[in-house]
Design a protein. Structure first.
Length: 480
């Protein structure tokens, strides 16, 4: 079967067009084709099809549309995966896939034209690119007809097929007219930054509210707490794939634990999910005492898991739990008094480092002795990384990063950054800080303890990681 979405939505089999049903069922098929070979959660489909005012019967109606498409396209065409659906499509069975392949080939040819022959894209193509990036109303497709008599008329980017054409034009403009102009950063995306130039080199759409980012196994992994999904993006090709079957409420922390795979924690339940990074299968689940299993680190043969109250209520006690990475057995449990509120955790220099957002402290838990060293930092420490012989801590309430000697626990420097530094990562000879309220990334030189470059992205940068010679930033619209 051949699918076409660049223009009117069509499905053709043996030379005959297939009847695809009504407007919303066709919109559903468009969504599945735009994310072909990916698992799309039911909640995300409902949000795209009905918006914020989805009726109580939306889930039932969605199942009806899925059944209708299966009857039309074949019962095995659309697969159920956990709490989502997947539409497998061959490499040449979708016109958009063929178009993108042609664009890649055209981009390779452009290297020859520009790099070797000195030819540049024309002014018309450059103007088209700028019109798309600034969302020129002249490029918008007409709004769809009202859903029902007296109902609201709302523009749906996935249902209005003209928007697909605009998206295709955007691909062409970006690929064919990239002449040093910055890419347009959009919310709900993973932004790739080249540390050699400090410029944005790619923007990959992921989820509805990407938060935590971690690198491992040749991929960048993005946790979306709103969609309750995990997306992996190839560090080499930038290809994104959705991991289905997590079945984890409010996923939050994630760690790549060497040969043991990925572990994902939750802010709504005390369950940790173990994911195979090669097959994307959920290998196992284990539950801890308590109500959350928020952030996870790995080191010294253990997982280190922070367990604050589900609502970060200061009057309730918290804990950090140490679990054997081999058999999930609890090895130690470190109780935290009310008001401490342990959050992000990492492992380095022989210890687990915990950022306690409640009382502005860092706990260094020695892996050999299980002894805790308490280190005072600024207000609201929100992350921690160990690199260059130090622990680095962004303090959201002070708009600065604390540098702590990893051996002695002594504060070595306090480095001003942008507004509300939320997360940081080490790599490419620098410390990279995501300032969520400022919409910027601060590059810190560890030799001078100064910000040597501020990269403006816009919107709200959340998680950040370094992998494959690039810096990767999850960008959303909204503060955490």
């Amino acid at each position: 079967m051949d699918f076409r979405i660049l223009g009117p939505l069509e499905a053709e089999e043996n030379g005959h067009l297939v009847a695809l049903g009504g407007a919303r069922q066709r919109a559903l098929l468009t969504l599945l084709l735009l994310h072909a070979n990916e698992v799309i959660p039911r909640d995300r489909l409902i949000g795209e099809l009905w918006g914020e005012r989805a009726p109580e019967t939306a889930a039932t109606a969605l199942q009806g549309y899925i059944s209708g498409l299966r009857k039309t396209l074949g019962t095995e065409r659309i697969l159920t995966r956990g709490r989502g659906y997947l539409l497998p499509v061959g490499p040449d069975a979708l016109d958009l896939g063929r178009f993108e392949r042609f664009m890649r080939e055209g981009r390779a040819a452009l290297v020859v034209l520009v790099g070797e022959l000195g030819l540049e894209p024309g002014r018309a193509l450059l103007n088209l690119e700028q019109a798309i990036l600034r969302h020129d109303p002249a490029l918008e497709s007409p709004p769809p007809a009202p859903v029902a008599k007296g109902g609201r008329s709302r523009r749906r980017s996935v249902a209005a097929l003209g928007a697909v054409v605009t998206a295709a034009a955007a691909i062409a403009a970006v690929l064919l007219a990239r002449t040093g102009e910055p890419l347009a950063v959009v919310p709900n995306s993973l932004v790739k930054i080249d540390p050699r130039t400090n410029g944005v080199t790619d923007v990959v759409r992921v989820g509805r509210f990407p938060e935590k980012v971690v690198a491992g196994y040749g991929y960048v992994w993005v946790v979306d707490g709103k969609d309750e999904t995990l997306t992996r993006v190839s560090a080499r090709s930038d290809r994104a794939e959705l991991v289905g079957g997590l079945r984890l409420a409010k996923p939050a922390g994630i760690v790549a634990a060497g040969g043991r795979g990925l572990f994902v924690g939750s802010f709504a339940e005390s369950e940790v999910v173990h994911v195979d990074p090669a097959t994307l299968a959920v290998n196992e689940r284990f539950t801890l005492p308590g109500r959350t299993a928020l952030f996870v680190a790995a080191g010294a043969g253990s997982l280190w898991i922070t367990q604050p109250p589900a609502d970060f209520h200061e009057s309730l006690p918290s804990a950090i739990t140490r679990v054997s990475i081999l058999d999930d057995v609890v090895q130690n449990r470190f109780s935290a008094p009310s008001g401490v509120l342990p959050g992000q955790v990492t492992f380095g220099a022989g210890a687990a480092w915990v950022a306690n957002v409640g009382n502005g402290s860092i706990w260094r838990i020695d892996a050999a002795t299980n002894r805790i060293k308490r280190i005072a930092v600024g207000s609201q420490p929100t992350d921690v990384a160990v690199a260059f012989g130090s622990a680095w801590v962004p303090c959201l309430g002070r708009n600065a990063v604390w540098r702590i000697d990893a051996a002695t626990g002594k504060v070595e420097a306090v480095i001003p950054t942008g507004e509300e530094p939320l997360a940081l990562a080490a790599g490419a000879g620098a410390i990279w800080v995501a300032n969520q309220a400022a919409g910027t990334i601060s590059r810190i030189d560890p030799d001078t303890n100064t910000v040597v470059k501020t990269i403006r992205l816009g919107f709200n940068p959340h998680g950040i990681a370094v992998a494959g010679g690039a810096v990767w930033v999850a960008v959303a619209k909204g503060l955490i």
